[in-house]
Design a protein around this ligand. Structure first.
Ligand code: SF4
Ligand code: SF4
Length: 360
């Protein structure tokens, strides 16, 4: 059994409700209803347990966390516990009044998602008319409240050609950082893969733009760039390894090591309603299932990258092979890598219509 360090960060998914319907949303395809959500008191207990466990950062997320009227009280609780708190929001509910109150309650940072630099395409991808305009006002309110701003822009085949203008937009909004992240194909994004996967030529052109902008904007705007797994030859270190640094609490209290883990069959993911976070982190079967390297099959078991990428993503292995315990197929050494080659063929065919995120 490997040594288990305490987690660094908690992702608090306060709700799956959201006014937007992004077709690449990382929420599960089976969204949780409002009636099952943890109460404010339950969330504050989770924050106290997280701080006692050694967590340093809490990311308030969703869905759209600002749907929760008690978000300010949770931010205040996090601040009183010495937790660094970050709000991950679509910026379409509320504005200056709310963000000023959150700053006064102790919020330290805001990540605002924007779907494109071009308003009509941004609204089309978000599935909400007028969303882009609200986001621009929200960004201004964040800056006026004195909070550091990161723009999160998910890129794909239907917006990637505008990456230069996206960077200009982030600079104009006074963001300190922009995260340009290619879609990762789980959950809703997997349903929309044929519509969203870019071509190799599109990807290469965008990468050149990002590299040039990084040079030009050194010290002004930090640019994080997450490339699509499917065009790599080795997988990313998903969550820096299963149960190594991060834990997610879902709206109804289920605790998972990453967004999509609940899809893995045969694992009984525990709830904060039945167990403490410390028990879940250190002792649950769910968090120990893919921890370390003992669970690995070949070729990971004998590979010198096994403690670098931890065998890639368990949820991707499940989605693409039906077995979460296999090597992530995006790795060129995986015996299942042919499924990736086959999917890349879709990137050059006419894209099918988008399937928008919705309650089913
Ligand atoms: S990805 Fe889009 S739909 Fe999903 S939570 Fe974020 S803003 Fe809402
Ligand atoms: S074989 Fe496994 S450990 Fe090695 S690079 Fe591929 S996924 Fe990573």
């Amino acid at each position: 059994m490997p040594t288990i360090d305490p987690p660094l960060a908690l992702l608090a998914e306060l709700t799956h409700r959201c006014p937007l319907s992004c077709p690449y949303c990382s929420n599960p395809v089976e969204l949780e209803r409002a009636s099952g959500e943890l109460s404010g008191e339950e969330w504050r207990r989770v924050l106290r347990e997280a701080a006692a466990l050694g967590v340093l950062q809490v990311h308030f997320s969703g869905g759209e966390p600002m749907v929760r009227r008690d978000l300010g009280a949770m931010i205040a609780e996090a601040a009183s516990l010495g937790l660094y708190s970050n709000l991950i929001t679509s910026g379409t509910l509320g504005g200056e009044r709310e963000i000023t109150a959150f700053a006064e309650a102790g919020l330290r940072h805001v990540q605002l998602s924007v779907q494109d630099h071009e308003p009509s395409n941004a609204d089309r991808i978000a599935g909400l008319a007028g969303a882009f305009e609200r986001k621009m006002k929200f960004a201004a309110a964040v800056r006026a409240a004195g909070l550091p701003l990161t723009l999160n822009i998910v890129v794909h085949r239907q917006n990637l050609d505008g990456v230069a203008a996206m960077i200009d937009m982030a600079e104009a909004l006074g963001a300190r950082r922009v995260e340009i992240a290619h879609v990762q194909y789980y959950a809703w994004a997997l349903e929309n893969r044929a519509a969203l996967l870019p071509s190799r030529a599109q990807l290469d052109a965008a990468t050149r733009v990002v590299e040039a902008a990084r040079e030009r904007l050194k010290g002004v705007l930090a640019i994080d760039y997450v490339v699509p797994d499917y065009y790599g030859v080795r997988p990313k270190s998903c969550m820096n390894g299963w149960g190594r640094q991060f834990l997610n609490v879902m709206p109804s209290g289920t605790v998972v090591p990453c967004h999509a883990a609940e899809t893995i069959p045969g694992i009984d993911f525990p709830s904060v309603r039945d167990a403490s976070l410390a028990d879940i982190w250190y002792r649950s079967d769910a968090f120990n299932r893919f921890r370390g390297t003992d669970w690995m099959p070949e070729p990971c078991r004998g590979c010198d990258r096994r403690e670098i990428d931890w065998g890639g993503c368990r949820c991707q292995a499940l989605a693409l092979t039906g077995d979460a315990a296999r090597t992530d197929p995006v790795c060129a050494l995986s015996p299942d890598h042919a499924v990736i080659e086959a999917a890349l063929g879709d990137a050059n065919a006419a894209p099918p219509p988008l399937v928008y995120r919705q309650f089913r």
